[in-house]
Design a protein. Sequence first.
Length: 86
Amino acid sequence: MKMGIKPSPVSFVNVFPALSVRDLKNANVLYGMLVKIGSEYVNGLFVESSIIMFAELGCVDFARKVFDHCLEKKTEIWNTIIGGYV
C-alpha cells in the first residue's frame, strides 16, 4: 500500500483465514483497512464470510461487529454467525 498498490477483495479473502484467534490485533487492523478502502470491499460476500469465520474460532464479538455492518445478510453469513454462537 505504501507503493500505491491497492489490494483487491481477493487479497483479504486469502489473508483473513491465515490469521489465528490469537492474532486479533492484526484482524482489527485488516478490518480497519477494509473500512478505509471502501464499502465495495466490506460488503463483498466472500470478504464478509472470511471475516465472520472468526466467529467459528471463538471471536464472536469481532464477528458480530462485521455482521452488523453487512448490508446483505445472505444465508451463508447467517449460518456462520449462528455457528459461532453455538
